[in-house]
Design a protein around this ligand. Sequence first.
Ligand code: HEM
Length: 307
Amino acid sequence: MTVEHHTDTALALSLVETVSRVLGSLPGCRVTHEDGIVLTGTFTASPRARELTRAAHMQGDPVPVTVRFSNGFPDPSIVDAAENNPRGMAVKFHLPDGSTTDLVCQDWPVFPAGTPEDFRDLIAAQGAGEGPTLAFLAEHPDVAAAGEKVAAESGQPPLSWATMGFNSLNAFRLVDADGVGRYVRFRYQPEKGEHSLPVADRASAPPHYLHEGVTDELPIRYRVLAQLAHDDDQTTDASRAWPADREWADLGGVEITALDPDAERDGAVLVFDPMRLVDGIEPSDDPILRIRTHVYAESVRRRTCPR
Ligand code: HEM
């Protein structure tokens, strides 16, 4: 085992332990995003996608996908109408050669911290109370600024799983057939537009209206967008947005058509790993992206929940 791997594993463990303790992860369950629903569908890439990347699923032929929508807080009994519960959309693309690649996004506009250590220490400070949180934010103005953006631009419960935008936050590098690469951030953009559950309806909404209502929404359609970085845009800090004028390329559409009740049957482990990539899509050097694979593996190791 290399020193680097050992360090990553220790950092991932400290993240998982801090998050579990402060947010109250349930024993044997996913450390976060336990409350999810799995569906199936198809992704069809646009002609623009093929220009930007040689990735197998981006060449234009439809590929099957497994999609999981989730509420981010660990406790599945939190009602769907709760505010400030980060929500996720994770997609697994099934490639013609039998392998898979994942693209995991959430509804925040930026990540609330630029490094795994700052994220862990932010959560720990929040667990210690308001005073320690304010002290931490005063010492980390960049984390405070990211948190203000998250609070201002997200946190409202969506009308349905068909009306929320989700962002990869971390940057990736698309590589085309000639080997030319460019950095992007991905986004799932709902074709129905972004709509929140009206405030007046929140108290009376069924506790799990998102999951229960999902079949009424089918087919659910999302565009897969890629925001194209300029050469001098930073690609290693997910807590800072790129300038708003950066072009968004439309890479194609995800069409979600059915529930997938068997996805986790008989002990099958369903995990989405943002580092499970394919030729034509490379990771950036964002330390949060790099640690996620170790964090998710640790979460899987702790999962014993019968599903
Ligand atoms: C250091 C930062 C992060 C930590 C500690 C963290 C932690 C976790 C953990 C423990 C899980 C459960 C994994 C499993 O058992 O399968 C998870 C799932 C998830 N994370 Fe993160 N995460 C981080 C960053 C991010 C970022 C940047 C995004 C999105 C852009 C994200 C989106 C998601 C989503 C959508 C899921 C649910 C995947 C599914 O449906 O199975 N996370 N995260």
